[in-house]
Structures are given as structure tokens and as C-alpha cells.
Write a protein that binds this ligand. Structure first.
Ligand code: ATP
Length: 306
């Protein structure tokens, strides 16, 4: 049984089509990264999973239960870090966790939970004095209460410094080892690389790719990127490269030294020949695997859209 099933999910807000016939599954025990640029529909999807938002059409199941008719049970078995959630200024970390335990009807150890997120020192301090990163750590600890079967984290690295982001990844890994399914959204590709079994890329309410990070790289990397330094830049030469059948993209990467970045699926020599045939001198070239940023761009920008 998948931990999450989204089938033909559509959500409109007035004239805005936030989700457009979206379908995907997250397997039990999987760490699934849900990626997409701002406004792609990530939070809307998460809000439907938790029944904070009602779908316009489609079916959504979480832990095998209908998200609308069984939202209470789903929430009691799920740890959630919602986007834009605010802490209560006058409550301490301990009180926040006690509140989370009460509302879930479970027992847990606030000290142990706060140690995991490196906030144990602040256990009896009021959240009003917390930095953004501390508040985010506290909210993560609240999501971990009661060893949930499923963790749904909306942009969990928001407000965290690089150390905090690393610790967050470590916690995701530990939770996964314990057997939990983890579903988290991000608009930063690099954050998902280290921890995700699979990644889904959302664009304008549609899933444009679902695969492992390696699989995504490969799919773009028909997308090996060839970097060619030439003696000068020339529009006709760039056009000639673009028109080659194996080239999906050719852009000017730098003016000095004049360098082109060419995404090429087949023969690289064809690219070099095309430039030379246009009277350019090739001074240097190198190839590289598609970076994660390029993968993300390739799937989510107008120009690079596949
Ligand atoms: N309550 C709402 N009322 C009207 N429009 C909304 C509402 N919530 C979201 N939208 C619109 O739905 C679309 C998807 O938004 P959503 O917040 O789900 O995207 P997101 O991928 O989570 O973005 P971000 O990375 O910026 O958080 C956007 O066009 C947004 O403006």
C-alpha cells in the first residue's frame, strides 16, 4: 500500500488553477522530495493531504485512508511541519511539545525530542525570544512527536543555517531508518539530493518528472553540458549549434573568455565542427554532467521546459 496516493487532483482558487490533474504515489518507507518553483502548487498539495484545503476534483489517500473523510486519523498518525506555522510566543519549547503530545494523544519525551533538534538548552525558554532557526527546530521536534508513520514537511529548511540544514537531513535519514515515510517539499534541488529516494518536480500544478535524483540527471543529460571557449561570440554560430539535431539548448555562459554552454545528447564533435564551420576558433572545451540546478531549471523554466 502506498503511503500517499494522489489521483487526478485538481484545485482551483477562483480563476487560479493551482493543481491540474495531478497524480503520483509515495511508497511506504520512501523519502520523497517534492520540488517546484514558487507557486507551483506544493503547499496546496500538502494542504489537501492534510484536509486543510478541499480538492476541486480528484482522489487523495494518505496511509490508505481517504484524506477528506479520515483526516483526523491521518493527522494523528502523521508528523507535520506546515509552511508558515508560527510558534506561540508565551509558551516554552516544553509546553509546545506537551501541546503536540496532547493533541495527538501520545506520550513522548520533550528533552529527548529537543536534543534531536539541538534545542535542549532552550527547553524552558519562551518561544517569543527564539531566532527563526530555533523556531523551525522546535516545529520539527513537534512533527517528530510520537514517532509518526508519515512525516510531511513543507520547506523544512526555511530559516536554517547550513548546519541546521545538515541536521535536518540527518533527522530525515534517521526517521527513514526507523521506517517512517517522509514527504517533504523544497524549491532547492540540492537539499533533496542527499536524502531522497525519489524526487517529483511540480510545475504550474503538474508533475513534470518523477524519478531518483540519478534518473533525473540522466534524463536531462541526454544533457551532458559541453562548455566551449571560442575566440569570439557570434549569433549565427550559436544559431547553427542550436539547430543541430542532438542539441537541446545553447547559451552564452560568459563573454570573457567567450564561452558557450551546450546541452548535447549525441556527438560533441558535431558542435565543435558547427562552430568552426562558422569561422570561429575553438580554444578549449570540457564536458560535465548536468548539475542539479540545471536539472531543476530544465524541468521548471519556460525556455528549458521539456
Ligand atoms: N488560498 C489561496 N487563495 C488563492 N490562491 C491561492 C491560495 N493558495 C495558493 N494559491 C495560488 O495557488 C498557486 C499554488 O500555490 P502554492 O502555495 O501551493 O505553491 P507552492 O509551490 O507551495 O509555492 P511556494 O514555494 O511559494 O510556497 C499559486 O498560484 C498561488 O497564488
Amino acid at each position: 500500500m502506498p503511503a500517499i496516493t494522489v489521483d487526478g487532483l485538481t484545485k482551483t482558487y477562483g480563476q487560479t488553477l493551482a493543481l491540474d490533474d495531478l497524480s503520483f504515489e509515495v511508497e511506504e518507507g520512501e523519502v520523497f522530495g517534492f520540488l517546484g518553483p514558487n507557486g507551483a502548487g506544493k503547499s496546496t498539495t500538502i494542504n489537501v493531504l492534510l484536509d486543510f484545503v478541499r480538492p476541486t476534483a480528484g482522489r487523495v489517500e494518505v496511509l490508505g485512508l481517504d484524506a477528506q473523510t479520515h483526516s483526523r486519523e491521518i493527522r494523528s498518525r502523521t508528523g507535520v511541519l506546515p509552511e508558515g506555522y508560527r510558534t506561540y510566543e508565551r509558551l516554552t519549547a516544553r509546553q509546545h511539545l506537551e501541546f503536540a503530545m496532547d493533541s495527538k494523544g501520545v506520550d513522548d519525551d520533550p528533552q529527548r525530542l529537543l536534543e534531536r533538534v539541538d534545542l535542549a538548552d532552550a527547553i524552558d525558554k519562551k518561544a517569543g525570544g527564539y531566532s527563526k532557526g530555533m523556531a523551525q527546530r522546535l516545529m520539527l521536534a513537534m512533527a517528530l512527536v510520537g514517532e509518526p508513520e508519515l512525516l510531511i514537511l513543507d520547506e523544512p529548511s526555511t530559516g536554517l543555517d547550513p548546519n541546521g540544514a545538515r541536521e535536518m537531513r540527518e533527522i530525515v535519514r534517521q526517521e527513514s531508518e526507523r521506517g517512517a515515510t517522509v514527504f517533504f517539499s523544497s524549491h532547492i534541488m540540492e537539499q533533496v539530493e542527499a536524502v531522497c529516494d525519489r524526487v517529483g518536480i511540480l510545475r504550474e500544478g503538474e508533475m513534470v518528472a518523477v524519478d531518483s535524483v540519478a534518473g533525473l540527471r540522466e534524463s536531462v543529460s541526454d544533457g551532458t553540458v559541453l562548455r566551449v571557449t571560442v575566440d569570439r561570440l557570434d549569433d549565427d554560430a550559436i544559431e547553427a549549434v542550436r539547430s543541430l539535431p542532438d542539441v537541446s539548448e545553447a547559451t552564452v555562459e560568459s563573454e570573457a573568455p567567450p564561452t558557450l554552454a551546450v546541452r548535447v545528447d549525441g556527438s560533441k564533435t558535431d558542435v565543435l565542427s558547427a562552430l568552426e564551420n562558422q569561422g570561429l576558433e575553438v580554444r578549449d572545451f570540457s564536458t560535465s554532467e548536468a548539475s542539479l540546478e540545471e536539472v531543476f531549471q530544465s524541468y521548471t523554466t519556460e525556455v528549458g521546459a521539456r
